[in-house]
Design a protein around this ligand. Structure first.
Ligand code: NAP
Length: 318
């Protein structure tokens, strides 16, 4: 931890909106018993609160924290914090960076791709029917996996999927990066990128540029029979457009870990679709200890005016 960190210099607000946040709260209390942590805010402004450590920041809270300097997400994305319309531009925002997260996500994405590619549902139904029927082993090098977003997680997923023998391509916002796959950039290249994807994996952040980005127009550019995997944020994919394209037979199906509304309501048509796999936002989860250690480290860096770990560029939104 940075040497100049003094717990007494900070008062932290944690909004315990889920067990996920509560476990981080308990760990933080145990690690820094002298740190003032509150979990509720009165109606009056609290000028002593300097940091927030939560998953969401409902509107109306930030204006009551006039001396807030750091709003840290407990998750790998900061969209739940950045959604607050009244969060001052001067507040620094972070999300959790954990090296193991990329690998964990790569396992999940590989699971979804391989299940389709190696016909797991068909093998299961053959098993249930007591059928011994061999199916040819397909050639992965002839199958293209397109990954939208080659950031801290997407770059690891690209490496692992490539290692499994697939042809991997990526789509990003800017040119400069070090990844060993062909990269397509921005609006200029989106059509050329999509036209090649047998599997489309969404690993973009949720920003004003990506909200509703993957809509009918983009999905229609995928080759017929493509499969969509969204493990980023629900609002990036237009759910009704995705369902229509599956209905029309243009897409073969989808694996969805994230949704517009979570938990996914019982009324959602996704629950009743054989071609869709719904999972409850579990593709990859930052662990408790690294997230809390990063927060403590960042409190120290804040005091020392040093660069923060996982800091969001507020102008880009990620
Ligand atoms: P990141 O490090 O911020 O990387 C974002 C990537 O997306 C970068 O490559 C960036 O391009 C690209 N990008 C951003 N805006 C774009 C745009 N408008 N057009 C094209 N490309 C754009 O993000 P990350 O940490 O890898 O996380 C990726 C996503 O996974 C986030 O949505 C996060 O919330 C989600 N996530 C989900 C789970 C789960 O369990 N389902 C777990 C962890 C994370 P540049 O490289 O050019 O900047």
């Amino acid at each position: 931890m940075t040497s100049h960190f003094e717990a007494g210099n900070h008062k932290v607000l944690m909004l315990l909106t889920s067990d996920f946040v509560t476990s981080r709260y308990e760990e933080l209390r145990a690690r820094v018993p002298t740190l003032q942590i509150i979990t509720e805010l009165g109606t009056e402004p609290d000028p002593d609160v300097t940091a927030l450590f939560s998953f969401k920041l409902p509107s109306g809270i930030a204006p009551r924290l006039p001396n807030l300097r750091l709003a840290a997400s407990v998750g790998a994305g900061a969209d739940g914090i950045l959604a607050a319309p009244d969060l001052s531009e001067n507040v620094r925002v972070t999300r959790v960076i954990e090296p193991g997260l990329g690998l964990s996500m790569a396992q999940f994405v590989a699971l979804q791709i391989l299940a389709q590619f190696r016909s797991l549902p068909k093998l299961r139904s053959q098993h249930m029917a007591g059928e011994w029927r061999r199916i040819p082993v397909p050639d992965a090098s002839k199958v293209t996996v397109g990954i939208m977003g080659l950031g801290s997680i997407g770059a690891v997923v690209a490496r692992v999927i490539k290692e499994l023998g697939f042809r991997v391509i990526g789509w990003t916002r800017s040119d400069a990066r070090e990844v060993n796959v062909p990269v397509f950039v921005g609006k200029r290249d989106i059509q050329a990128f999509l036209e090649q994807c047998d599997y489309l994996v969404c690993l973009l952040p949720f920003t004003t540029e990506t909200v509703g980005l993957i809509d009918r127009s983009l999905l229609s550019k995928l080759p017929k029979g493509s499969y969509v995997i969204n493990v980023a944020r629900g609002g990036i994919v237009v759910e009704s457009d995705l369902l229509k394209l599956i209905d029309e037979g243009h897409l073969s199906g989808a694996a969805l870990d994230v949704f517009d509304t979570e938990p996914l309501p019982p009324s959602s048509a996704f629950w009743r679709r054989e071609e869709v796999l719904v999972t409850p936002h579990i593709a990859a989860q930052p662990s408790v200890i690294p997230a809390v250690e990063q927060f403590i480290e960042n409190l120290g860096r804040l005091s020392d005016r040093e660069p923060l770990i996982g800091e969001i560029d507020r102008s880009r939104g990620y």
